[in-house]
Design a protein around this ligand. Structure first.
Ligand SMILES: Nc1ncnc2c1ncn2[C@@H]1O[C@H](COP(=O)(O)OP(=O)(O)O)[C@@H](O)[C@H]1O
Ligand SMILES: [Mg+2]
Length: 276
């Protein structure tokens, strides 16, 4: 018998393993995001954070376990139901590419034109409202080449929320932002979550910023879920991995150096042999 998740569970991973081909990136991952929550997924570079996001959107299927979104198992779902599910999600990709031949307004209007049949007047209102939410209403007429990198990320955010999704996935939204923009972006994610009453999944390695806005934090590393809890619980944790991650220390259970393998040793010996 399977126990139904509580009705406000938006995203749920149950004992999930993920990878590419024969290669497993993460094993035994169980996590959830509920309505109104900001959930942070943290881990070092290459630990599998974007892979988790791809599993949540159904871009990749789990090697084992169950991924469910809005109470529906995402594995084996047809392409049409999957398209419907995705319409209820907003995704801000790491490289949130904007259409450079469209202006700011049209970039944000794009999903509305693509997925709804609302009137031009409603599109106008909705787009300006979302641009206002990210502080860029008066930039609506600008070309993408006329805005800064930080502004472009905010336009991508406005586009990700324009369909008023129930689940928003952010992949490293703070990357490349200056400290002020970073604080604003974090506040924005919290405010949008509260206003839309959606679930937000925040993928980041920025401890300070995510701890100020997250309700729950999951840390991945070494191919598995290493720790989870509220920011307060993790801050008080004595777990050496958690301490190392929070303090950014080079020495600890997380190795800085990529491990030496027989293939590497063989490669090195061959090179040595070739040298005069
Ligand atoms: N499309 C892919 N095919 C094969 N391996 C991949 C692919 N994408 C990512 N990987 C591998 O999966 C691991 C995790 O990558 P990723 O999820 O992008 O990490 P993160 O987002 O935490 O930096 C890395 O070892 C990476 O090389
Ligand atoms: Mg990534």
């Amino acid at each position: 018998m399977t126990i139904a998740p509580p009705p406000d569970t938006i995203l749920q991973f149950t004992d999930v393993s993920l990878g590419y081909g024969d290669f497993t990136v993460l094993s035994n991952i169980s996590l959830e995001a509920r309505k109104g929550q900001v959930v942070a997924l943290m881990g070092g570079s290459g630990s599998g954070k974007t892979t988790l996001l791809r599993a949540a959107t159904g871009q990749i299927t789990a090697q084992r376990g169950r991924v469910s979104v809005f109470g529906q198992d995402i594995a084996g779902i047809g392409s049409e139901p999957l398209r419907k599910l995705r319409q209820r999600m907003g995704v801000l990709f790491q490289q949130g590419a904007l259409f450079t031949d469209l202006n700011v307004f049209e970039n944000v209007a794009f999903p509305l034109r693509e997925h709804t049949r609302i009137s031009e007047g409603q599109i106008h209102e909705r787009v300006l409202e979302k641009l206002d939410a990210v502080g860029l209403q008066a930039a609506a007429h600008l070309r993408i080449s006329e805005i800064s990198g930080g502004m472009a990320r905010r336009v991508a955010l406005a586009r990700a929320i324009v369909l008023e999704p129930e689940l928003i996935l952010y992949d490293e939204p703070f990357a490349g932002l200056d400290p002020i923009s970073l604080g604003i972006a974090a506040r924005l994610i919290r405010d949008l979550t509260d206003k839309l009453n959606c679930a937000s999944v925040l993928i980041t390695h920025d401890v300070a910023e995510s701890f100020t806005i997250a309700d729950h934090v999951y840390m991945v590393g070494q191919g598995k879920l290493i720790a989870q809890g509220t920011p307060a619980e993790l801050s008080a944790s004595q777990d050496p991995y958690v301490r190392q991650f929070l303090n950014g220390e080079p020495d600890g259970p997380i190795a800085f150096h990529y491990p030496v393998s027989p293939a590497y040793t063989q490669w090195l010996e061959q090179r040595r042999g070739r040298r005069p």
